[in-house]
Design a protein around this ligand. Structure first.
Ligand code: NAD
Length: 437
């Protein structure tokens, strides 16, 4: 990625298209509207709340990120999307039960006006979901054409200057890259042949890129981790990035594990279990959807702790992740971590983490940041995989020859240095020798 000569201004309206308008998407939309109406603050959003240090520590220059880089403002955003249920955003948010009803009621007119388009959906890829608001066509190629038409219509109807697509839909069954995903040509033929390795999320991604829209993947689905989609993003000059929003237990893991490693404390086991009762939990109750999520969650420790470099400390770790669907808990997930560590001369110790979190409250600010930064990347002319956005993902995408960086502190440094680089400021290395010369 080169520093662009110019960044296109964030002028006009930015359309945010979301396949999947469930708990996360509606909490994001209602949250943005609540912030605009001064009913709450965008807590958890780095772009809205975060500052960035520029220059030396003695210069006292730490602007807000949103004032440092040219981002679209919240009042420039226009929301749309698709779902297998016909419910408008007010109704869907009320069902999701994340935000208080009185907050939703205060914005009822605005939220009720946002209605999902008919989904590209196939139950074979999300087995615990039954929906009626679904497109019908003979081939996946036709479905892609219909999704492309939706994108054009949404853009024209809402007078949008630019669009970003961010997947907030359910977790699909576990799929692996095959021949049909190897090239754009093979993928297009696969769409025409109704190839079973092409999931609905891939059809949305294809449609987005063909319509000049960048694509961000909030679920652990394979969607953009495919040579054909990466190639298409490169060819079309569009950013892509995934996958799986880093919230809850994995967020805690990528905060704690770098700390243990920094102090050279050993790890023998990490057992993580969760109960949650929202629709996401119900869908993850299907072993094939859970497998997709499990793969995304398991890589984290290995890449942070690097057992091959530290065999005495991390050569023999038992890592287990469980998700249990427990309806009474709704979106208010509870996670337990039992962490077996060892110190000086191998003496064992334990850490217990009991995180009573709210899934969608943690995810909504990530959707906002990704939309704004994805749009920034697009305006800067950056294309293909945007590794600098790893900060937001459980399973960050990288160039094929690289291992992903999971340590949240390195991810944050990378993100902020990328913004400094973009704006022509010095990178911060934390060397600091100059203060003592
Ligand atoms: N903290 C978090 O909440 C978090 C963190 C990481 C990832 N995620 C992922 O984000 C996604 C959304 O989570 P959620 O809690 O909002 O789930 P949800 O079940 O409330 O919402 C998902 C929505 O997607 C819709 N959907 C499914 N397939 C679709 C398709 N092909 N086209 C259009 N709509 C479709 C469903 O009908 C549902 O309304 C899930 O995949 C979840 O695993 C969530």
């Amino acid at each position: 990625m080169n520093r662009p000569d110019t960044i296109q201004p964030a002028a006009g309206r930015l359309g945010v298209l979301m396949p999947g308008m469930g708990a996360v998407a509606t909490t994001f939309i209602a949250g943005v509207e609540a912030v605009k109406a001064d009913l709450g603050k965008p807590i958890g959003s780095l772009t809205q709340m975060g500052t960035i240090r520029l220059g030396k520590r003695t210069e006292n220059r730490s602007p807000l990120i949103k004032e440092f880089v040219p981002l679209a403002g919240l009042d420039q955003l226009v929301f749309g999307g698709w779902d297998v249920f016909e419910d408008d955003v007010y109704t869907a948010a009320s069902h999701a039960g994340v935000l208080e009803q009185k907050t939703l009621d205060a914005m009822k007119d605005t939220l009720s006006a946002i209605k999902p388009m008919k989904a590209v959906f196939d139950k074979n890829y999300v087995r615990r979901l039954e929906g009626s608001w679904v497109k019908e066509a003979a081939t996946k190629w036709d479905l892609a054409a219909m999704a492309r038409e939706d994108i054009r219509t949404f853009k024209a109807d809402n007078g949008c200057d630019r669009l970003v697509m961010i997947w907030c839909g359910s977790t699909e069954i576990f799929l692996q890259a095959e021949e049909v995903h190897a090239t754009v040509e093979a993928f297009e033929q696969g769409l025409k042949d109704n190839h079973e390795a092409i999931a609905p999320s891939m059809i949305y991604a294809y449609a987005a890129l063909m319509e000049g829209v960048s694509y961000l993947n909030g679920a652990p689905n394979l969607t953009v981790d495919l040579p054909a989609i990466i190639q298409l993003a490169e060819d079309r000059g569009l950013p892509i990035m995934g996958k799986d929003f880093k919230t809850g237990q994995t967020l805690m893991k990528t905060i704690l594990a770098p700390g243990l490693k920094a102090r050279q404390l050993g790890l023998s086991g990490w057992f993580s279990t969760n109960i949650l009762g929202n629709r996401d939990g119900e869908i993850l109750d299907d072993p094939d959807s859970f497998k997709t999520k499990e793969e995304s969650k398991l890589g984290v420790l290995e890449h942070i702790l690097q057992p091959e470099l530290n065999p005495d400390l991390y050569g023999d770790i038992y890592h287990k992740v469980r998700i249990n669907y427990y309806p009474p808990r709704g979106d208010e997930k509870e996670g337990w971590d039992n962490i077996d560590i060892f110190g000086w001369l191998g003496y064992p110790m334990q850490i217990k983490v009991n995180f009573l979190c709210r899934d969608s409250i943690l995810a909504a600010p990530l959707v906002l940041d990704l939309v704004l930064l994805g749009d920034l990347a697009q305006r800067a002319g950056w294309k293909g995989v945007q590794e600098w956005l790893s900060f937001y993902f459980k399973s960050p995408q990288t160039a094929p020859e690289l291992y992903p960086e999971h340590d949240i502190f390195i991810q944050m440094m990378k993100l902020k240095n990328t913004l400094r680089f973009l704006m022509g400021e010095d990178l911060i290395t934390h060397l600091g020798q100059e203060y003592y010369d």
